[in-house]
Design a protein around this ligand. Structure first.
Ligand SMILES: Nc1nc2c(ncn2[C@@H]2O[C@H](COP(=O)(O)OP(=O)(O)O)[C@@H](O)[C@H]2O)c(=O)[nH]1
Ligand SMILES: [Mg+2]
Length: 390
């Protein structure tokens, strides 16, 4: 079974009317037949794609189990999953109306797949911020699948497109969205990224999420550069009900971090979230500042920081990718938080990050309220994006 059908059946029951449900079921039966046939062809001629597809088969199964487990446990456990679905769906509305509806229109415009169809498709994908190189490779793979599997109907290709797009994401290495927690002592999460991408807001939202999980949280205001940055973090700490430590504007960020970690150790905090200033225009200074902060962190807690999360604004497209590359040069980034996905109609940047940066996206921001930060889940993302096509 292809990824498209798998996701479709995972989120089954989301549809509104029985009629839709029936159409869906019929489609599924049809799809399965088509896929059984095409799987056979693939086995003979497309070794590489198969190994990737097998990967995608084995990968989601664990979370299918997870979802089943949750369903069995109790009804209260089902609620957060449902809420997450809603946050994904709502947050990806712009991308569905932009990028994905272009794809749907393309399908209804062409009765048969031809060169013009491919050219238009290529343009749509590039416009979606997927990244030129990724799109080129994708188009090559798609063209060869069309040829080998003798696909003529754009309607049929639609599913192959979704499958192939997300094979790019899962590819052949495991990208985990899990946070690396410290077993003995405070877990230290360091947030970096240029000004305005959403670092402080993300820390506030994540603090709320982790507090809800029962963790004792400390926020550290390491952005002492910008006027109001410390105050903004303090306001978040009050809003979500967690502890805060900060100093006056212009103080040495490393000294704030030092004080924060002393407090965290003495008072047994579970997770420490550290905000920083992101002046990338002065790369040498920023590198020195982050090196100093990292030294202080490592001296206080061995093996910390447990994560260095780079925050990227999804609405900045390729510019965000360049930021990621620059930050990778100056510090060891372990994960990405992609914010403001609700503010873009493009939605393809997740794939560009995978191909061009290859650091796992751990959280995504889908709005401005505290509930709008979600752990990145590729299946939920696909569903949120392509549900109108399913
Ligand atoms: N729509 C939307 N706005 C966001 C999101 N994350 C952050 N913002 C907004 O982006 C602006 C800048 O955020 P801030 O946390 O101050 O950025 P920082 O300079 O990196 O700390 C604020 O107005 C936030 O409310 C998101 O996921 N969606
Ligand atoms: Mg900030």
């Amino acid at each position: 079974m292809g990824l498209f059908s798998k996701i479709k059946s995972m989120f089954k029951g989301e549809s509104k009317t029985q009629e839709q449900e029936q159409v869906k079921k019929n489609n599924e039966i049809e799809n399965e037949n088509i896929e059984e046939q095409s799987d056979e062809i693939e086995e003979q001629v497309h070794q590489e794609t198969i190994s990737k597809e097998e990967y995608t088969k084995s990968e989601p199964s664990s979370s299918t189990e997870k979802k089943e487990e949750q369903a069995e446990e109790s009804t209260t456990d089902e609620i957060p999953t449902k809420t997450a679905n809603k946050v994904y769906e709502k947050g990806l509305t712009k991308s569905r109306k932009g990028f994905v509806s272009n794809l749907i229109n393309l399908t209804s415009k062409y009765r048969r797949i031809n060169e013009e169809y491919f050219e238009e498709l290529e343009e749509i994908l590039i416009m979606a911020d997927i990244g030129v190189n990724t799109v080129m490779e994708f188009m090559d793979r798609l063209r060869s699948r069309v040829q080998k599997e003798k696909i003529e109907d754009p309607e049929e290709l639609k599913e192959v497109i979704v499958d192939e797009l997300f094979i790019i994401y899962v590819d052949d290495n495991i990208l985990t969205n899990k946070i690396n927690y410290n077993e003995d002592g405070p877990t230290v999460l360091l947030f970096v990224g240029v000004n305005g991408v959403g670092k402080t807001t993300t820390i506030g939202k994540l603090a709320w999420k982790l507090k809800e999980e029962g963790k004792k949280i400390l926020l550290v205001a390491g952005d002492t550069f910008r006027a109001g940055a410390t105050k903004q973090l303090e306001e978040w700490s009050e809003k979500v009900g967690v502890s805060f430590i900060g100093k006056e504007e212009g103080a040495d960020p490393a000294s704030v971090v030092f004080d924060g970690l002393e407090k965290a150790k003495q008072e047994n905090y579970d997770v420490v979230l550290i905000d920083t200033a992101g002046r990338l225009q002065n790369k040498t200074n920023l590198m020195k500042e982050l090196e100093k902060i990292n030294r202080v962190i490592q001296n206080a807690i061995p093996n910390a920081p447990h994560e260095t999360l780079l925050v990227i604004d999804a609405t900045t497209g390729q510019n965000g990718i360049s930021q990621a590359k620059s930050f990778q040069e100056i510090t060891n980034i372990t994960g990405i938080v992609l914010t403001k996905l609700d503010g873009t109609a493009k939605g393809g940047i997740v794939l560009a990050i995978k191909e061009e940066v290859n650091i796992p996206v751990k959280y995504i921001g889908l709005g401005e309220t505290k509930e709008d930060l979600q752990p990145f889940d590729i299946e939920q993302y696909i569903y949120g994006l392509f549900k109108d096509m399913m």
